[in-house]
Design a protein around this ligand. Structure first.
Ligand code: 13P
Length: 254
């Protein structure tokens, strides 16, 4: 049984006041039950959120990380800077970074290397576009994304998580159907051993229009070890509802 994760990716959303309201709600209502909760706000809110979180079991993460260690890279945030804040999770290779900011699989490989060198646990995002799926290229694309991103990396000293996010299901309100999720997660699981050493314990999350109404059916699918949630994670009520529904599964199965 792989570890279960419920991860919020707030993208470029939430005011500082929203963050405070969210944290208050978690501090008062969250009941843990074996599922790891990670919240990834904007860089500028990390410190304040870290201070207001009473619950040390809730982890905070960055949404990306620089591939460089330090130097003249205006606007970048290094792994060492995250170490300074005791942030030890980061999302890497989100499709929005790939599409809007031209991140390549090679860049992502560098980012993974840098994060691992500073003991920051990476959540590697992979996913195909609608055209790639229609052209039956999904497996090829996912395999390449993992292969290049993970080339020459030893993940044995960190928790390494993969998030499968079909690009066509992100922010649309329409999650991939259960059969597609099941089939794709099974394919990802089956190719991992040839691409990554000791891949057994890598959790594979699903992301793309997860909400309180569809999460229970998705988490029940084999090889789905949790969620990476965008829109629904902005609302503390919805995020807690998803987390709680995962807990119910966790209690039965861990
Ligand atoms: P939505 O949950 O809004 O579809 O976003 C998914 C996502 O991109 C999380 O990283």
């Amino acid at each position: 049984m792989n570890k279960k994760y419920c991860v919020a990716n707030w993208k470029m959303n939430q005011s500082l006041e929203d963050c405070d309201i969210f944290i208050d709600k978690l501090n008062s209502e969250l009941i843990h039950n074996g599922v790891e909760m990670i919240i990834c706000p904007s860089f500028v809110h990390l410190t304040q959120m870290q201070k207001s979180l009473n619950d040390l079991q809730i982890k905070l993460g960055a949404q990306t990380i620089s591939e460089y260690s330090n130097g003249a890279y205006t606007g970048e945030t290094s792994a060492e800077m995250l170490n300074d804040l005791n942030i030890n999770w980061t999302i890497i290779g989100h499709s929005e970074r790939r599409q809007l900011f031209d991140e390549t699989n090679d860049d992502i490989n560098n980012k993974l290397k840098v994060s691992i060198s500073k003991k920051i646990n990476p959540i590697l995002c992979i996913g195909e576009t609608l055209t790639e799926r229609k052209n039956r290229k999904t497996l090829e694309v996912l395999k390449r994304q993992i292969q290049v991103a993970c080339d020459s990396i030893d993940f044995s000293n960190v928790e390494f998580v993969i998030a499968y996010e079909p690009v066509w299901a992100i922010g649309t309100g329409e999650a991939a159907d259960l059969e597609t999720i099941s089939e794709t997660h099974e394919q990802i699981r089956s190719i991992l051993p040839e691409l990554i050493a000791s891949s057994n314990h890598i959790s594979i999350l699903y992301g793309g229009s997860v909400n309180p109404g569809n999460c229970k059916n998705i988490i029940n699918i084999d090889n789905v070890d949790g969620f990476l949630i965008g829109g629904a994670s902005l609302d503390p009520q919805k995020f807690l509802s998803i987390y709680t529904q995962m807990n119910e599964i966790g209690v039965e199965s861990i």
